[in-house]
Write a protein that binds this ligand. Structure first.
Ligand SMILES: *Cc1c(COP(=O)(O)O)cnc(C)c1O
Length: 473
């Protein structure tokens, strides 16, 4: 089939992307007027022409997240198998609302999720579903946890509850919980920000205090979120201890491992996630560290009856189940009509095998260590402490925002700014299995050069600025 010949083209495109640029220089107006002038949708064009124009736009007007020097926000380089999978899905267009319409797609997802369920150490009775991403998986976790903690929630809603429910997480947890608290009707104030220790990990003592205090004050604590790989600094919360505390207190333990969860398949890294097997639910995004295209999130829950209770529907027009061992996905998911999300992970695993997929993760982890050491050796200060390939750093005299702009303009690398303890720092995350040691050393050398140049300039600015200020006074 033609699609299997796509491999050469894929490599050519990756090589072309690697030649740069990484960062686009464009204004909204430029793109808007281009689109307005070419696409009024009255004139027709050949498909070849449209494809070529769209590719040209994608190459010039976006941050190239698959570039080896994109050190960004968990947006991975993608594997060929997973790209072909997404194309096949679009072509055959299976419907994953129910089982009967797409038996094979259902069973491929079940098979793939069963493999990862076992890796996480969850029981075989766990219900797992593919989601649009981590946010949908986290939303599912909150809805199911509410359903278990408050039997009246499903039929009568939050307003029927005697006490206000509360969720515990740290400031480093994903910001999406704010939206989830808003959408579920919990309200954003239901989120309790637990203090972190000096390594930015959830402080268990503070968690205990906050839960006890809330109980005394008539609130209803029901859920604790432990993050495995925080967005800003890659921190792994003490999952073991959170699990133990939640069991003792009868609270739901949700492990948000959207990015870091993939480490579970690496024999070298999995011990960093110790305790994740005690979670009531887990979020893991294949579209982050499994190097497949967006969106490919996953939700795992060890309480199948609560999942089925939370998402149940009674429908007459759906094909009836004949086999009690199958569950229609719409009964276990926020989504109804659903794309065959899981094929990209299945095909990547089928091609590379478990160990090949682990190699990709371990390589990026090694590159993270190379980056950390190279920065440290040339006078940068590392701010965060994590085994995952995410480095937050700064140095005296650095203005992060200005320095980042220079790095981007000069196409050195794409990095972001993070706020750690209220102070802005640079954040570089290795998200591409294509990033090499040579890439990293080149970037660090360039940063050293630019920093010297930059601090030289601001020194001379300062000597000019002071007399000007004093005369104007
Ligand atoms: C990325 C991320 C999310 C959100 O996932 P999306 O796939 O972007 O919806 C939630 N939690 C953590 C820890 C993340 O890294």
């Amino acid at each position: 089939m033609i699609i299997s010949q796509f491999g050469d083209e894929f490599e050519t495109l990756q090589a072309e992307i690697a030649r740069g640029p990484i960062f686009p220089c464009v204004t909204p107006d430029e793109i808007r007027s281009y689109l307005a002038s070419r696409y009024d949708f009255k004139k027709t064009r050949t498909l070849e022409e449209v494809i070529s124009d769209v590719e040209q736009m994608l190459r010039t007007w976006q941050v190239q997240v698959t570039h080896p020097r994109y050190f960004g926000l968990f947006n991975p380089s993608v594997t060929l198998a997973s790209v072909i999978a997404d194309t096949l899905v679009a072509m055959y267009n299976p419907q994953l609302a129910n089982w009967r319409t797409s038996p094979v797609a259902n069973e491929i997802e079940r098979h793939t999720l069963g493999w990862l369920t076992a890796k996480f150490g969850l029981p075989a009775t766990t219900i797992a579903t593919f989601t649009s991403g981590g946010t949908e998986a986290n939303l599912s976790a909150v809805v199911v946890a509410l359903t278990r903690a408050f039997p009246d929630y499903g039929e009568h809603g939050l307003r029927h509850l005697a006490a206000s429910p509360a969720i515990y997480l740290t400031e480093e947890a994903h910001n999406g919980y704010n939206k989830i608290a808003h959408m579920t009707g919990l309200g954003r104030r239901a989120l309790r920000t637990v203090a972190t220790d000096r390594h930015l990990k959830l402080d268990l003592g503070d968690l205990e205090r906050r839960v006890a205090e809330d109980r005394q004050n008539g609130f209803s604590p029901f859920m604790v979120v432990g993050t495995a790989g925080t967005t800003a600094a890659g921190i792994i919360d003490p999952l073991d201890e959170i699990g133990r505390f939640c069991r003792e207190e009868g609270l739901w333990f949700h492990a948000d491992a959207a990015w870091g969860g993939a480490a579970i398949i690496s024999p070298k890294l999995k011990h960093y996630l110790s305790g994740i097997d005690t979670a009531d639910s887990i979020t893991c995004d294949a579209h982050k560290w499994f190097s497949v295209p967006m969106g490919c999130g996953m939700f795992f829950c060890r309480h199948p009856d609560r999942v089925l209770e939370a998402f149940r529907v009674d429908i007459s027009y759906m094909p009836k189940k004949t086999d009690q061992t199958v569950t229609d996905p719409l009964m276990t998911s926020v989504q109804w009509s659903r794309r065959f999300i899981g094929l990209k992970l299945f095909m990547a695993l089928a091609q590379h095998g478990e160990s090949g997929q682990a190699d990709l993760i371990e390589h990026q982890t090694r590159m993270g260590n190379v980056l950390r050491e190279a920065l440290d050796a040339s006078g940068w200060r590392i701010i965060n402490s994590t085994p995952l390939p995410l480095v937050c750093f700064t140095r005296d005299g650095l203005v992060p925002a200005r320095f980042l702009a220079t790095l981007r303009e000069q196409q050195v690398a794409w990095m972001s700014e993070a706020s750690i303890g209220g102070a802005p720092v640079l954040r570089a995350c290795i998200t591409s299995f294509r990033t090499t040691e040579a890439d990293i050393h080149w970037v660090v050398d360039e940063m050293n050069r630019l920093f010297l140049q930059d601090s030289g300039q601001s020194m001379s600015n300062q000597t000019v600025a002071i007399p000007v200020q004093s005369t104007s006074r």
